[in-house]
Design a protein around this ligand. Structure first.
Ligand SMILES: Nc1ncnc2c1ncn2[C@@H]1O[C@H](COP(=O)(O)OP(=O)(O)OP(=O)(O)O)[C@@H](O)[C@H]1O
Length: 278
């Protein structure tokens, strides 16, 4: 359990393998699923999933289309709450606190667990306002030096040098890859602990995708990254741990990325990563 006192902060007052050497880091668990089931109406999308995700590492979630990868990701910051027919059973904890407890404020949770989506989705606002947005809605713009916070987030997203002279231009005027890095800057500005990424490079060209991969490697110095990807080479290149989901929302194997790609225990994982199905 981390020494950080994050549990209380969620509670409302109202109620080839390229994994880098991160062996010097703490491997405390930040997110833990225990017997997690997720349903859409009568259809089960996640089936009895248990896994412990270590902090300051990149965890990749892979598996064929429809196996529940995005559903699992959205369970972590309760984005599934926004889907009426969605129901969650079991336990999903963030630093030991079940995020589905009644006293957890989902908005506070999402401050700690930010998200970046498949398609870059900047707001139709200036670059500056895109990044400042999260701090303003938290009312933090009085507490922090906003210019400083915006610069820090843009530097953290490896975008500062490209945009520092046009912070008032629309975020929509940037290239696709720059827009995705702007979305990453927006996600890190409120200083989350975990960043969820749902296929963040699949809408980008290879050069822009490679920049995001390099950026993920830097982000993990400060944050925990959990990434859904269809690209197995990408999972192999950038992640420390890989979770393989298969149809029916079953977690078939979760291990160090090198083991998953070089010597998986489960034949179905071997079949999947060698392209026999999926
Ligand atoms: N909003 C929703 N309403 C009803 N069913 C849904 C909803 N979202 C997902 N599902 C169903 O849940 C299952 C898992 O979907 P999910 O999107 O999590 O899979 P995925 O592995 O991320 O797929 P992909 O790789 O194609 O994005 C699928 O059968 C899907 O049809």
């Amino acid at each position: 359990m981390s020494t950080k006192d994050t549990d209380q902060s969620l509670i409302t007052t109202d109620v080839q393998t390229g994994a880098r050497d991160r062996t010097d880091r703490s491997h405390d668990t930040v997110v833990k699923a225990r017997n997690l089931d997720v349903y859409y109406g009568d259809e089960q999308a996640i089936s009895d999933v248990s896994m412990a995700i270590p902090e300051h590492e990149v965890t990749a979630i892979i598996g064929p289309s429809g196996c529940g990868k995005s559903t699992f990701l959205r369970s972590i910051n309760r984005m599934n709450d926004q889907i009426d027919v969605c129901r969650v059973d079991g336990d999903l904890s963030f630093h030991g606190k079940n995020v589905y407890d009644e006293d957890v404020d989902p908005v506070a949770l999402r401050r700690k667990v930010g998200q970046v989506f498949q398609k870059p989705n900047p707001f139709p606002k200036s670059i500056y306002d895109n990044v400042a947005y999260g701090l303003r809605i938290q009312g933090k713009d009085d507490e922090v030096d906003l210019d400083d916070a915006v610069e820090r987030a843009l530097r953290g997203a490896a975008l500062w040098d490209e945009v520092k002279d046009k912070l008032d231009s629309s975020g929509l005027d940037l290239s696709g890859g720059q827009q995705q890095r702007l979305c990453i800057a927006r996600a890190i500005a409120p200083d989350p602990e975990v960043i969820l990424m749902d296929e963040p490079t699949s809408a980008l060209d290879p050069v822009a995708a490679s920049k995001i991969e390099d950026l993920i490697d830097e982000l993990v110095e400060e944050y925990t990254v959990i990434i859904v990807t269809h690209n197995m080479q990408q999972a192999a290149r950038i992640s420390d741990q890989t979770a393989v989901f298969l149809t029916g929302g079953e977690l078939v194997e979760f291990d160090e990325t090198a083991n998953i790609f070089e010597d998986p225990d489960d034949d179905r994982v071997e079949d999947y990563i060698t392209g026999k199905f999926g």
